[in-house]
Design a protein around this ligand. Structure first.
Ligand code: MN
Length: 239
């Protein structure tokens, strides 16, 4: 019985399935997905549906999951009336055209209505962070980090949701002495080329988005012993 954390799958279904095999993931294990399941990669909807079908896989929202949740009703409307989507706001256009949302929207709109509504319901139960204690060690799993709220004495429940899913934080930006924080969101090569495809260890802080969809690796962390697992990406490298 083990607990794993993975992040920024971004439609990388093949690498995800290889990882589940590598860690011998079973019904007795738990997997926390630290945000950004959809967008950019090839199979966002198959991936999301696979996660939804497992009670022991838990999604913590990233900014890309928030986009999908926010516009699910519009995409369903767009299935009935394609013209509807031409009148969407700039934020929607930005998601579609600058942030890899088009493939998510296309695949979503190809699904049957009952599946669309299942996804809509699933995404209504949004979770922005997960606190865990394992063998006496406290963990906080959150997509982007605490942003400008990274200061001693802060309570996570007091931090606005945009900070938790959109912030860009430094390698050591964890204000908690006794809590190990785990974040994704920033592919680790953005912290320096030497970190490409590797989990980065900051001060009581692990950055686990190893940039799979950007051609690096998919990383996964087992919290019980902090062992790291890696799968080579099938995507072309952008660096
Ligand atoms: Mn993100």
């Amino acid at each position: 019985m083990s607990t794993y954390v993975i992040s920024d799958l971004h439609g990388c279904l093949e690498e995800f399935e290889q990882m589940l095999e590598k860690i011998e993931f079973s019904e007795y294990d738990e997997l926390y997905i630290d945000g950004d399941v959809c967008d950019r990669g090839k199979y966002p909807m198959d991936l999301l549906r696979l996660i939804m079908a497992h009670d022991n896989m838990h999604l913590i929202f990233g900014n890309h999951d928030m986009w999908l949740a926010q516009y699910t009703a519009d995409l369903i409307q767009g299935k009935k009336d394609p013209g509807h989507l031409f009148f969407m706001n700039m934020d929607f256009q930005n998601w579609m055209h600058n942030n890899g949302g088009l493939i998510t929207a296309d695949q979503f709109m190809d699904l049957d209505y009952p599946v669309c509504y299942d996804i809509q319901n699933y995404l209504e139960n949004k979770k922005l962070y997960q606190e865990l204690t394992l063998r006496g060690q406290k963990f906080l799993i959150v997509h982007a980090g605490l942003g400008s709220y990274c200061k001693a004495g802060i309570r996570i429940s007091d931090i606005p949701e945009n900070e938790l899913i959109w912030s860009h934080i430094g390698i050591d930006d964890n204000p908690f002495e006794d809590v190990t924080m785990i974040v994704g969101h920033m592919p680790t090569f953005l912290y320096g080329r030497q970190y490409a495809g590797q989990i980065v260890h900051g001060k009581n802080l692990l950055h686990i988005d190893c940039g799979c969809v950007f051609g690096q690796t998919l990383g996964c962390l087992r919290l019980d012993d902090m062992k790291e697992f890696y799968i080579k990406s099938t995507y072309p490298s952008v660096i």
